[in-house]
Design a protein around this ligand. Structure first.
Ligand code: DI6
Ligand code: FE
Length: 398
């Protein structure tokens, strides 16, 4: 089926012009891919003849489908009580050390059935999708035994591959098999057994997570399995995790509030993406800002994600993260939008097929009741997304 989506203002996010804007643009979709992208007037006659269905978008803004490149969408329970404790004076790290925090989510996740995990995550996913998200990464890491990690990963795969009726075509991005606490060796075996469930390996390198030495062991195991790595690095302290991850050619290093200049340079040399997570910064009431200007100066691509998780970022709006990346981290609206499209795709190792509107990439895009892409950073608490197309198929929303 060849479908023409025409009369749109396209923010392709390709090339170097602002937002890759194309006025009165058109997208020709063949199956799940973009067959042609450009100004409507330039559509070659031979291609125009092949059009079987046509949609006039009435001048609406179209962007690539948004990509949430760092989430922990699958877990049991929630941690509102912990939020209360923090507001009564306890710190995030204190709660973790006292056996709450991450460990309480591990217990709730182990206790939940597969279906309960699936249903809760599917609802969260539907919320993200309604804002134009077409690709997400889901990390495991709340199982911490071989079987429980595999269970989380199977639920994540099911979210991507078996959409429920009426909610067609959700695409799950790479799953981060991810590890935490002092259980590195256990996790490593889990990854070994279940490589078909894992697209990348992540770890939480922190005083309350893996030590750098344990992280190195996890990464060494990932390398043997030819799996790319990424890292929760320098969120609460500088463990020089980003430099370690860069040694392994990390796809991305995420959080980075405490990243030092050595880390910035190592990431630049390795080509790693800096994934900034304003939801976690905000929800933990962090005051130390990630070194945005140093990352820019070094030419490190910056992505933005929700980090959706029950402890440090129960956020289910990538649009709000775009706004917060601008207000809290001082990204420009264009940088923030590249952060959830082009650079987010790169953080997942999917830059060749997703993240921009270009010929031969996947037909993933969102239609907005907006005039200009800078409005995606401007409004907050408002969802101007009108239509979502994922893999060439329009996603129906109730
Ligand atoms: N990812 C993590 O592993 C921690 N923060 C983050 O961004 C822990 C999340 C949690 O508290 O459950
Ligand atoms: Fe995270």
């Amino acid at each position: 089926m060849t479908i023409l989506w025409r009369n749109a203002r396209l923010a392709t996010m390709a090339g170097t012009s602002p937002y890759g804007l194309i006025e009165r643009g058109a997208l020709l979709v063949d199956g799940d891919a973009l067959d042609w992208v450009g100004p409507e007037s330039a559509l070659p006659r031979a291609l125009a003849k092949m059009v079987e269905e046509e949609h006039d978008l009435g001048g609406a803004l179209v962007t690539p489908g948004l990509i949430d490149c760092h989430t922990h969408l699958v877990y049991g329970g929630q941690r509102a009580r912990e939020f209360e404790l923090r507001l009564n004076g306890a710190s995030y790290e204190e709660i973790a050390r006292a056996g709450g925090g991450i460990r309480s989510t591990v217990a709730a996740t182990r206790a939940a059935s597969d279906d309960a995990l699936y249903l809760a995550a599917a609802q969260r996913l539907a919320t993200l999708e309604r804002e134009g998200v077409t690709t997400i990464e889901i990390k495991s890491g709340y199982g911490l035994t071989r079987d429980d990690e595999a269970r989380m990963l199977r639920v994540a795969r099911r979210l991507g591959e078996q959409p429920s009726p009426g909610r067609p075509k959700t695409v799950a991005g790479p799953l981060g098999g991810r590890a935490r606490s002092d259980r590195g060796p256990t996790f490593t075996r889990a990854a070994t057994v279940r490589t078909t469930l894992v697209d990348a390996v992540d770890a939480f390198c922190e005083r309350i997570g893996f030590t750098p030495a344990q992280t190195r062991r996890v990464f060494a195991a990932a390398r043997e399995l030819h799996l790319p790595v990424k890292l929760h690095a320098e969120q609460l302290s500088d463990q020089h995790g980003a430099a370690l991850a860069a040694e392994f050619g990390a796809l991305s290093c995420d959080h980075l509030e405490y990243l030092g200049d050595d880390g910035v340079q190592a990431m630049a040399a390795a080509g790693s993406v800096a994934v900034l997570l304003p939801g976690a910064y905000y929800f933990l009431r962090e005051t130390r800002l990630p070194p945005v200007q140093a990352l820019r100066d070094a030419g490190v691509p910056i992505a933005i994600a929700s980090d959706h998780n029950p402890g440090s970022s129960p956020a289910l709006s990538l649009l709000l993260m775009i706004n917060m990346a601008c207000t809290l981290f001082r990204l420009t609206p264009e940088e923030a939008l590249r952060g959830v499209t082009q650079h987010a795709a790169r953080a997942l190792g999917l830059a060749s097929t997703r993240g921009t509107l270009e010929t031969a990439k996947r037909a993933d895009f969102a239609v907005w009741a907006l005039e200009h892409p800078n409005e995606l950073a401007y409004w907050f608490g408002h969802n101007p997304c009108r239509r979502v197309v994922c893999g060439g198929v329009e996603v129906a929303h109730e």
